[in-house]
Ligand binder design. Structure first.
Ligand SMILES: Nc1nc2c(ncn2[C@@H]2O[C@H](COP(=O)(O)OP(=O)(O)OP(=O)(O)O)[C@@H](O)[C@H]2O)c(=O)[nH]1
Length: 309
């Protein structure tokens, strides 16, 4: 009879860690989170700075749980809201086990990328260079960019990917899984995102406002889920408020005879219903709140600290 070695009895070794994605606005962080997770967890938009709060995607790969911290694009902060976004981005980088630095293959080491690399010198965690949007540039240019970035800063690894098509994303996922530290999973295995579903539903409505209104306005609006009621027939009644800063903006969101808000609501309802796999009744209200950008409560709702400076 052979005796079982202690190893046979031990559970399989797991790994778990936080990976911060850092990069200039529009570099493709949200697209990458979605590609790594394999399901839509954060909103993606052609406009810059759509990601306000710290939304995580969670990936399980080869006995490892990778918790992705999708930070807002880093940029020179002027308004209070912008400063809150920048400060949360950097706290994400310092708290994470690994940092993925994203560069846009087309933009290369432009002023924004350069500022990020300078700031990253203070972050002690291993850094991985991810050059995204490789579908848009020639191979020689990519190699030159990889070299220039590595000359500038020591990266543990360099990846060239196209987050949109998924090219190179599997390799990156496998590498991240091997690099996060050993430890138990922080979240149940089937969880994709810890963004509360109410928050995700508000993000979806905000995404629809972006899509319908191609102007400055969406940056001046915020959406909150006020109530979420499960009904006996398995449907959900959701009430959301869209805050804008001025009456003129409220009129734009409503549209002629309410046409714009109706169409925003119809699109948002459909997508929320698909995600929660339940019928949804969505009620949208538009309220004017002057200077909501200076109201601490609105920040709390978005999961941001209110900067006091
Ligand atoms: N051609 C191409 N476009 C991409 C790729 N990845 C992302 N994009 C596009 O780049 C734009 C910005 O992507 P996002 O994922 O919203 O960028 P982000 O960095 O999260 O932006 P912020 O939230 O504003 O910081 C979108 O139009 C994407 O479709 C890629 O691999 N190739």
């Amino acid at each position: 009879m052979t005796e079982a070695s202690p190893d046979d009895a031990a559970p399989p070794a797991t790994r778990c860690g936080f990976v911060a994605l850092i990069g200039a606005p529009n570099v493709g962080k949200s697209t990458l989170v979605n590609a790594l997770v394999g399901s839509k967890v954060t909103i993606v938009s052609r406009k810059v700075q759509t990601t306000r709060a710290l939304i995580r995607g969670i990936v399980v790969e080869n006995n490892a749980q990778i918790i992705l911290v999708d930070t807002p694009g880093i940029f020179a902060p002027k308004r209070r809201l912008d400063r809150a976004m920048v400060s949360i981005a950097w706290s994400g980088a310092h708290d994470a086990d690994l940092v993925c630095v994203l560069l846009d293959a087309r933009e290369g080491l432009d002023a924004e990328a350069d500022a990020i690399l300078t700031k990253l010198a203070d972050v002690a965690h291993p850094k991985i260079l991810v050059i995204n949007k490789i579908d848009l540039v020639a191979r020689e240019k990519l190699l030159a960019l990889a070299k220039a970035a590595n000359d500038r800063m020591a990266f543990a690894q360099t990846f060239m990917i196209a987050a949109l098509s998924g090219d190179g994303v599997d390799d990156l996922r496998t590498t991240l899984a091997s690099m996060v530290p050993p430890g138990p999973f922080h979240y149940p295995e089937d969880q994709m995102s810890d963004a509360p579903i109410r928050h995700l539903a508000a993000e979806i409505t905000r995404e629809k406002i972006f899509q319908k209104l191609h102007q400055e306005l969406p940056y001046r609006s915020t959406v909150e889920t006020e109530s979420w009621t499960e009904r006996n027939d398995k449907s959900v009644r959701i009430e959301q408020t869209i805050y804008v800063e001025r009456e003129s903006q409220r009129k734009i969101v409503l549209g002629k005879a309410g046409a714009t808000i109706k169409s925003i609501g119809a699109d948002a309802r459909k997508e929320i219903a698909e995600i929660i796999e339940q019928p949804v009744h969505l009620f949208l209200f538009v309220k004017v709140r002057e200077n909501w950008g200076e109201d601490p409560d609105r920040y709390r709702e978005m999961g941001l600290e209110f900067p006091t400076e």
